[in-house]
Design a protein around this ligand. Structure first.
Ligand SMILES: [Zn+2]
Length: 466
């Protein structure tokens, strides 16, 4: 019996080494997509030849990346590895292509006239949207505790009564159960009171209870609106409008409710004492994307994105602390899971002026990995646009990668208005050459150094424009 077990073990070890073909993406033997093509990648035994649906496919060292067209319905894909010694290994996967389901439009149900529905926001970073859909534009993310008055319902969304030119909608799961009441709670708001510390300017309003607000940036101006604070019957008179004009570039800004006050804060332009060390004493937050059970994308040979993100982030943190004298805070410096909003909280608690989130990219199905690749940056708020552009341009030049653009996209780590927040996708795990570069420590160092250089440039640009 023992002998048989030993023989079996030996055979299985041998088998593992002899047949290296493994499909990493798609991760299931049968998967469903809505796209005209799908890419497949995985490991192969070095020096093998590979055929996918009888077409010869390039083998990169010990892996392959290939895109196949899909017809509607079931697509059987046959992958055959022929090893140097002639041995063959075959895998068959099924990809089902379907029509993308359409979002159903629900009817609008208005509340009864002369009744008032009220509810409270129950979660921090709750999005207020322009339409009753998860795909609609965000107006602002609001903290819990804000009192809302609602005028109707559509699908999973409630419409907020206080509106200017745009409509405001909120998902029902982010608010307490709306209750009908007889009247609005009385409210008063004080005149603005200004103060400052070394990092921020503050404008404070004492207010009876937290209400909906929006802050919009227009160049060097911020427009704050607090809704429904005057209690009168005519909607247009009820809102408080406050304009903040800056002579400098607008950096981080935020609205906060604290101890019966609404506090509007704006970050001060840093004063550079030593032009050779523009980041000295500056507060910078570095986020290494994903971590722990959240692997991020997984490359053709199963190296997870989280590993590359951390490697680049650690090098950047070190450069900023040791060579630039910056005060660096970070979301993680080991392989641990950190919630997305916890990362934003950490950046805010550390009063960072800039937050940079480091990721590496992969593609959704339907896009050819040999066509879309390179380095790109992401911003959501106007105050991060220039910084994200500088970072992207330098990465393209320094790493000699394809330009994957300065992208406007709503992501948790680029959505905060304070700190100035951007997200970097250094390279693609789905593009063979970039995947191999990411494994090279010299490349990781060059990426970190390029980002450091960009942060210096961004801070110096704030000074020269005066
Ligand atoms: Zn990522």
């Amino acid at each position: 019996m023992k002998k048989i077990l030993l023989t079996l073990t030996l055979i299985s070890i041998f088998a593992c080494q002899a047949f290296a073909l493994e499909i990493v993406k798609p991760s299931n033997k049968s998967s469903v997509v809505y796209t005209e093509s799908a890419h497949i990648y995985g490991t192969v035994k070095p020096e093998s030849t590979l055929h996918i649906n009888s077409q010869k496919v390039k083998v990169w060292k010990d892996f392959f990346v290939h895109s196949v067209p899909l017809k509607m319905g079931k697509n059987k894909i046959k992958i055959v590895e022929t090893q140097k010694n002639g041995a063959k290994k075959t895998k068959v996967i099924t990809i089902k292509r379907m029509e993308e389901p359409k979002e159903e439009i629900q009817p609008f149900i208005a509340k009864e006239p002369h009744t008032i529905w009220t509810a409270k926001i129950i979660r921090d970073y709750t999005p207020i949207r322009e339409k009753a859909s998860d795909n609609s534009n965000r107006v602002i993310d609001l903290p819990k505790g804000i009192v809302l008055y609602l005028s109707g319902k559509q699908g999973n969304y409630y419409k907020i009564e206080e509106t200017g030119e745009t409509e405001f909608w909120i998902r029902k799961d982010y608010i307490s159960t709306p209750t009908p009441t007889n009247s609005r709670m009385p409210i008063t708001i004080s005149a603005p009171h200004k103060s400052q510390d070394s990092l921020y300017n503050y404008t404070k309003f004492a207010i009876t209870y937290p209400v909906l607000y929006t802050i919009k940036q227009n160049g060097k101006t911020l427009n704050l609106t607090l809704y429904g604070v005057y209690g009168g019957p005519e909607a247009q008179k009820r809102n408080l409008e406050y304009t903040y004009n800056s002579k400098d570039t607008i950096l981080g800004y935020d609205g906060i409710y604290s101890n019966g006050n609404f506090i509007f804060k704006t970050a001060k332009t840093p004063i550079i004492k030593n032009p050779n060390k523009p980041l000295e004493g500056l507060r910078i937050f570095i986020d290494a994307g994903h971590g722990g059970r959240d692997t991020g994308a997984v490359g053709p040979t199963k190296i997870p994105e989280k590993k590359f993100n951390l490697a680049i982030a650690l090098k950047l943190i070190d450069l900023l602390q040791r060579e630039e004298g910056a005060i660096v805070s970070y979301s993680r410096n080991t392989d641990v899971f950190v919630d997305l909003y916890e990362r934003v909280n950490l950046a805010k608690q550390n009063e960072a002026l800039i937050s940079v989130s480091i990721h590496n990219n992969s593609l959704p199905q339907g896009v050819d990995p040999y066509v879309k690749h390179g380095t790109g940056t992401y911003y959501y708020n106007y105050n991060a646009k220039n910084e994200a552009l500088i970072i992207k341009n330098n990465l393209v030049n320094d790493l000699k990668l394809k330009d994957d653009g300065l992208n406007y996209k709503s992501l948790v780590l680029d959505r905060a208005t304070d700190p100035v927040s951007s997200l970097i996708e250094v390279a693609y795990l789905t593009y063979p050459q970039e995947y191999m570069l990411l494994q090279d420590e010299k490349f990781q160092m060059e990426a970190a150094d390029s980002i450091r250089k960009s942060l210096r440039e961004f801070i110096l640009s704030l000074q020269t424009e005066k």
